[in-house]
Design a protein around this ligand. Sequence first.
Ligand code: GLA
Ligand code: ZN
Length: 675
Amino acid sequence: MEAKFKKMLYGGDYNPEQWPREIWQQDMELFDKAGINSATVNVFSWARLQPSEEVYDFHELDDIVDMLTKAGKQIVLATSTAALPAWMVKRYPEVARVDNEGRRHKFGQRHNACPNSPVYRHFIQELTGRLAERYGNNENVVCWHINNEYGGECYCENCEKAFRVWLRKKYGTIEALNQAWNLAFWGHNIYDWDEIVLPNALSEGIPWQGIEEFGKEKTAFAGISIDYRRFMSDSILDDFRLERDAIRQYDKATPVTTNLMGTYKGLDYFKWAKEMDIVSWDNYPSYDTPWSHVAMRHDLMRGLKNAPFMLMEQTPSQQNWQSYNSLKKPGQMRAQSWQTVAHGGDTVQFFQLRRSVGGCEKFHGAVIAHVGTDQTRVFREVAQLGEELDRIGGSIIGSGTESKVGIIFDWDNYWALEYTSGPNIDLKYVDQISRYYEYFYQKNISVDMIPVDADFSGYDLVAAPVLYMVKEGMAEAIEAYVAAGGVFVTGFMSGIVNESDNVHLGGYPGPLRSLAGIWAEEIDALAPEQSNEILFTDGSTDQCGLLCDILHLEGAEEIARYGSNFYAGTPAVTRNVFGKGCVYYVGTMLSEDGLGKVLNMACRGAGIAPVIGEETELEVTRRISDTEAIYFVINFKDRELPLPAVFAGKKDLLSGREMPEGEMLKKYDVRIVKV
Ligand code: GLA
Ligand code: ZN
């Protein structure tokens, strides 16, 4: 794999336009002291670049680009289109969004342009084209950053019209659309394309107990709402493409990205990644986010293109927008950064380089604090990391990751599963995927997060928890994979619906039924205070909750059964041999230990090995290039842990020291070893 950058970018969002010029020179000096080699500029400057419809003014950005170029900094150049100028909303109110409750928004905030507004589209192409023409040939501009954290949704008339066009293209005839959405239900039959309305809170949205945002989460017609999600994701992606193509008119080579947000629900990132040259993302764990959750998001971002990614943003210390914005403890930012690199990050960038003086982000951490000097803890930690990345980053970038385990992540399933009305409100897509990821993470087994249409043949084990929607061709692909010797793990709420959210008739899990060798006759929902007992065939017991499939064996063997309720004694977990491989079906939500037991069996059968043989509570990951393997060892636990014996006597690249046997790693300690 080839790296997109000559060296690991180390920098982040930088907004000199918010500061008087005498500060700029101080910034350049402080950046050098901190080892900052890059800056992301022009993220929110549209109104300065274009003070009115007729006037473009690049003199300030020219000066900023000049200054950074002279200082030898690599520039990530944003296109500024994520916050609308006031004049534009005043003159063309249609550029602002209409929300789920039908309210047209006013000027203000950001990330809120109507993606289907022809006016907005005109202006973004115009601006981005001019930027590319002006700065595309600057050698220091190493990456284009389009817009910022795309997301959200619009329910305006332009979007409604565009939705109809999108649907016509997809379905061809109104009959096919009625069929797909099962509109005979409640007599919602449609006879003309212009009878279609957007499924907002005023239309098919259902207010739901316990869900604060009215109509947002549940819908009377998941088929319509899922299509709306696909359409919105596509609409916003069209905006991205328009900007990218405007850049490409003048700049054929510089990589183009936009910053994604991990498991953000609104956009089908696998589809998006195909249009991006490199994936980048913003990593903002909260004070209580488990490190495995962060790791999974890194792996997902790497999985989008199966390639190294950029960490576009993280805070050097605290956030401002969470409820409790704890400081990062000494060493924590460094450990978090190396974890990013360990999982495939080729850049480490911050939001932001200088802490803003006003606005809602004045309490957001930054490399340069309000005190304005290098005499802060955060600055010293940033400088230390800068030195380390500069020294060893170059030998890491571009290297890949090797995984024999794939976990399927799919936005269609994400949307469909969470739109279901029943059986259990607590069923959440990312939660369920995380439970599986957690097992592999704790064991230091490398995982690829893969799309539903991945080539499974490179994996020895594929897990697809809550594979609720099985689209056309998918069951066949899994069958071929298992028949050839693959191990497949799935379970409750899988194989239930097709791509339009209509049930696969003939018994659950529909198209996975013969593969799994079971029939799920009924699905019981358990409230948080309820549970069932699980009895494994080896005599051990466990507790389960959330959902309980009532299963019949159709060729599969039983691994565990229920201990109580009227279905006590019926199978809860099964294993079915299929061709040369086998399928595990986990019919209920087991405890972490219970699921671990099943996955232990599956891993043993598939011959899955952790990154190192030795068991350890340290996070151990590996990146691999043609010639070498680099191991990253990080302590995220609250106590000291011993260095695994395989690394004893090896050199730690960070300190240059040979590591003695039994060396103890403190919390947030990192070791990097090249083999
Ligand atoms: C997001 C945005 C940034 C900034 C940070 C603050 O990631 O992209 O502009 O607002 O959040 O954490
Ligand atoms: Zn709109």
